[in-house]
Design a protein around this ligand. Structure first.
Ligand SMILES: [Zn+2]
Ligand SMILES: [Zn+2]
Length: 490
């Protein structure tokens, strides 16, 4: 057991190195566990200082000055960012593949931190040999974004695993027996945690599982089932009605690219090409458009007021100025759902989340997700937090908590009303929405029309090719059909 004095010394050292005033309780717990030689699984939401825990393990190890920390990460962009930060703090840090001239130095253990993907570290004999050769100096193995071990490493139904080497990370442990492992992720349900621990050979007896509540108290949670007879226009008319360049930002997450395209085409105003109020974002969106959307959503006065997207926007997009997030249909699992909810209210101001769904969208849901959708009587916040094995010490006043608590709220405050007026959703839009068939035209020359047609067809082709280069049917994937090209050009 690490003594209190020793711990104080390490904490002081960490604060000095990483320029922080003090550690959070959560960070303290993680470090204490590591100092006691335990494996640690850290489940803590983005922005809670989890990456600091991952980085500071180097400061803990006192056995040898030339200790090496191996960090396994799924995405190059995150490696680049973390390596730059560590180098800035004076560490010798690098990632495999950055510069082959460095390979020799990595192989002989001359770095404090070596980052690599599972494909390199578990799948490439050269790097496995390296781990074997310097094993006595490896002080920690860190696996960050560890949910990918299950999400990407295992086959989903009949499909091949997305990145099969993620399920082989556990094998690296046999190369350095006794080396503690620290695994981190923003969200992992009880079930997912068990799978992660099994895959990484983390024994229940020697692992401390530290779970931070996934609750975001500034987000009100609501759920509304939509009648089968309601089409997309009927379901979302209440947003379309208020669409303007001063409307607060909305993000609507869809389950598939097809839903996303249909919803986008339903919601965008006729003159959207000139105003750009509504945008669509999925894995096949052009990079230039993705960049534009990222910029606009991180800015309060950004042009796009309504983004219709798939979970592709859940990774790598900073929604700083978004306070209204909607799910059209629940995702399959709770982890994805919590991450999508958490896109709202990043600045800490009051935000709201709404799940709108049709009954037919409830197929193949994981148990906790299904329970959340079906629940109509229990506080949604408690329901969500409990499914992570956590408990909330406090919760917001009823009308800011969830739509179940809202109904019972008698706080008497002036603003004790619904935020999203979800009763409107099942009400037909009535004749107020039967707008005039007025269209605005912009004249273009024949040459401009030809150029436009070429660009649209290129875009269409790009949408129809998946990451492995297979061609997909237009109507099943994105609804961006020849007729639509012809309509636009005309
Ligand atoms: Zn509640
Ligand atoms: Zn109230």
């Amino acid at each position: 057991m690490a003594s209190l004095v020793e711990f104080d010394r390490i904490e002081k050292k960490i604060c000095e190195i990483f320029h922080v005033l003090e550690l959070t309780d959560f960070q303290r717990k993680a470090i204490k566990s590591s100092m006691n030689g335990k494996d640690v699984l850290v489940v803590s939401k983005t922005g809670s200082g989890k990456s600091l825990i991952v980085e500071e393990v180097h400061a803990i190890d006192n056995r040898t000055k030339d200790a090496v920390v191996i960090v396994i990460l799924p995405l190059l962009s995150i490696m680049v960012e973390q390596v730059e930060k560590l180098v800035g703090l004076g560490f010798a840090a690098t990632y495999i593949g950055k510069d082959h001239a460095e390979d020799k130095a990595i192989l002989s253990g001359q770095f404090d931190f070596v980052y690599g993907s599972p494909e390199e570290l578990a799948g490439n004999g050269k790097w496995r040999d390296m781990m074997l050769a310097i094993r006595s100096r490896i002080s920690f193995i860190v696996v960050d974004e560890v949910h990918t071990v299950v999400n990407w490493g295992e086959s989903q139904g009949t499909e091949e695993p997305f990145r099969a080497w993620f399920s082989h990370i556990g094998e690296l442990r046999s190369l350095c027996p006794g080396t503690p492992l620290m695994a981190g992720t923003a969200t992992a349900s009880v079930e997912k945690r068990k799978k992660i621990m099994d895959s990484l050979y983390m024994s229940v007896l020697t692992t401390d599982v530290l779970v931070d509540s996934p609750d975001r108290p500034n987000i009100k949670l609501s759920v509304k089932c939509v009648k089968a007879t309601h089409d997309l226009q009927d379901t979302f008319w209440w947003i379309v009605k208020h669409l303007s360049d001063t409307m607060p930002h909305y993000v609507i997450f869809c389950k598939t690219i097809k839903d996303c395209s249909l919803l986008y085409n339903t919601l965008k105003p006729k003159d959207n090409e000139t105003t750009g109020l509504v945008q669509m974002y999925h894995s096949k969106t052009l990079h230039s458009i993705k960049d534009e959307i990222r910029t606009t959503l991180s800015n309060e006065s950004g042009k796009v007021r309504l983004l219709v997207c798939t979970n592709a926007a859940g990774m790598g997009v900073n929604f700083a100025a978004v306070n209204n997030v909607i799910n059209y249909g629940p995702p399959q699992d709770m982890d994805t759902f919590i991450q999508q909810i958490g896109r709202a209210g990043r600045d800490g101001t009051q935000a709201q989340h709404l799940l709108v769904y049709h009954k037919h969208q409830m197929k193949n849901l994981e148990k906790p997700m299904l329970a959340y959708v079906k629940n109509t009587e229990h506080c949604r916040r408690e329901n969500l937090v409990e499914s992570y094995g956590c408990k909330n010490n406090s919760k917001p006043v009823g009308h800011l908590c969830c739509n179940v608590c809202n109904e019972e709220c008698d706080c008497g405050m002036e603003d004790c009303t619904e935020l999203f007026n979800i009763e409107l959703i099942n009400m037909p839009p009535s004749d107020t929405f039967e707008e005039e068939e007025e269209t605005t035209f912009r004249r273009s020359t024949e040459k401009q029309s030809d150029q436009l047609q070429d660009l649209l067809q290129q875009y269409q082709k790009q949408l129809s090719t998946d990451s492995s280069g297979r061609l997909l049917a237009n109507e099943t994937v994105h609804g961006f059909l020849e007729q639509l090209v012809a309509q636009i050009v005309a």
